[in-house]
Design a protein around this ligand. Structure first.
Ligand code: ZN
Length: 201
């Protein structure tokens, strides 16, 4: 068994070989391997990676993917967090337009989660700020995500390709919004609860 950092759960975990191809092949330095797959033994993960399996059919010699590139948003409602996570996964594999389209969807879903359902996205963003869910600065960030999303959906893409840097910056804005709206209030609440427990309140 091989222990590596799991690209899915980020934990240092053992991997059990679950599949080995029938054909042997030789890689560098004359090493004989087989194509195969192995599963993370972290019970909360159990996800599979592909790779090269050693002759003993137990060792993982090389594996893919090295990095999955998602992101956890523990205090964000599940459906929004999974969309944001997927945006980061898109970015990590170079799917820049997909990343931006999903970032736009995250803003829309955040409005909906705050009972703002009427009108186009620009109106919803303004309403988020008016209700005090996001600040004026975050409102501008949300509008930039909206503009980028519109560009991806409508512009002549061949003329002005979206770069990794563009997509990365849009996702940083998305992360900032989720941090302000969900992560920070939850964190304050945790700190407050612990303080009150310490004081026996
Ligand atoms: Zn894992």
């Amino acid at each position: 068994m091989t222990s590596i950092i799991c690209p899915h759960c980020q934990g240092y975990s053992t991997f059990s070989v679950v599949y080995v191809d029938g054909n042997r092949r030789v890689v560098d330095q004359g090493r004989e391997v087989r194509d195969g797959a192995s599963r993370c033994n972290n019970p909360d993960c159990m996800r599979v990676i592909g790779g090269l399996i050693g002759q003993n059919q137990r060792d993982v010699i090389e594996w893919w993917p090295k990095q999955v590139g998602g992101k956890d948003f523990p205090d964000v409602p599940e459906h929004i967090a999974s969309t944001a996570d997927e945006a980061h996964k898109c970015l990590s594999i170079g799917a820049h337009r997909g990343a931006i389209a999903l970032a736009r969807a995250v803003v829309e879903a955040t409005a909906k989660a705050n009972d703002i359902t009427k009108g186009m996205l620009d109106k919803k963003i303004d309403e988020l700020a008016k209700k005090g869910v996001i600040s004026e600065a975050m409102k501008e960030a949300a509008h930039e995500i909206r503009f980028a999303g519109n560009e991806v959906a409508h512009a002549d893409l061949a003329e002005d390709p979206i770069t990794a840097e563009d997509a990365d910056e849009v996702l940083q804005l998305m992360d900032a919004i989720l941090t302000r709206v969900y992560q920070e209030p939850a964190q304050v609440e945790r700190v407050r609860t612990r303080r009150q427990e310490r004081r026996g309140e």
